[in-house]
Write a protein that binds this ligand. Sequence first.
Ligand SMILES: *Cc1c(COP(=O)(O)O)cnc(C)c1O
Length: 369
Amino acid sequence: MADPSSLIREEVRTIARYNAGLTIDEVRRRHGVEVVAKLGSNENPNGPSASVASVLSAFHELARLYPDPSGRALAAEIARGFAVEDGQVILGNGSEDLIAVICRSVVRPGDTIATLYPSFPLHEDYTALMGGRIDRVVVKADLTIDVDALVAAARRKPRMLLFANPMNPVGSWLTPAELDRVIAAVDQDTLVVVDEAYAEYAAGEDYPSAVDLLRDTPLNWAVLRTFSKAYGLAGLRIGYGIASSAALCSFFDRARTPFNTNAVAQAAALAALAAPGHLGLSVAMALSERDRIGQALLDLGYRVAPSKCNFLFFDAGRDATVLAEALLARGVIVKPWKQPGFETFVRVSIGSPVENDHFLAALAAVSPA
Ligand SMILES: *Cc1c(COP(=O)(O)O)cnc(C)c1O
């Protein structure tokens, strides 16, 4: 068979495949363990609200017909929640789809995109796929965001400033005053994209939604959210973006596939929005468990980053991949970070109390005394 690689664009050949980690079944088979705590992908251990299951009674009809190409019912509900026009909302097949759509829309070969580092890999990968270059703003030694460096990167007028707040994988965040400083440094020719995948966990006095800080500026911007994390719908693939104008959104619409979100996911997301009680319980459990696990990691002698998310990022003090393999053998899936400079770090999701205990017991068993 002919080698296909010469057909493939350089940008595609040179990015790494997304490291999605192992499934529960793979770990069972590979390591012969029965009980697996999947703490590598920041899923909600509570799953979705029970109300989401009601969608399935309409499954037959939902599956038969093409979905609403813009998910108008869901988009309208999201718009209401953010007090924006319906036309400012775009839905994605997960928010990762929207990262790709935005990169396809704005990144030209040779453009610079500024982002935080260590980074959410897809922010870099979709930029690279379009031929863009990354300007990485590395976290400080204490693993907080280097606001001065981020301001300086914004002043260099990148095509796009694209980062997560709070940031993944570290969990640290920009306060309202810090985010305001960054926004004030942005030139009108730069698109600002803030990925708020963990906003529901972070909400509170010292965490701003960028929507509120950006909406009265003259900038072009988009803020991304997802139903995958706090709403517990990771398997259905649905996320959304709020954009500065309907005009910007309609350009993004041209760069997506016409039916990018499926009908079941749209209906499930609407049901999830209608169940704020479940969201509140999921967030409260994640935060109290995060405090407990964070303290336990400190007690074991690990250095742990500050987090406003449903995960913790800690320095294992040794090759994280080796530690992750040892945990896998004990039925625990975590994410060893592989980006240069952070190869000793592990990101662990906050699961159910039972899963978290499973993790702590496994970690204690493989930790140096
Ligand atoms: C999990 C995550 C996403 C992806 O969410 P999906 O909606 O499942 O595609 C996007 N950005 C960040 C920073 C994430 O951690």
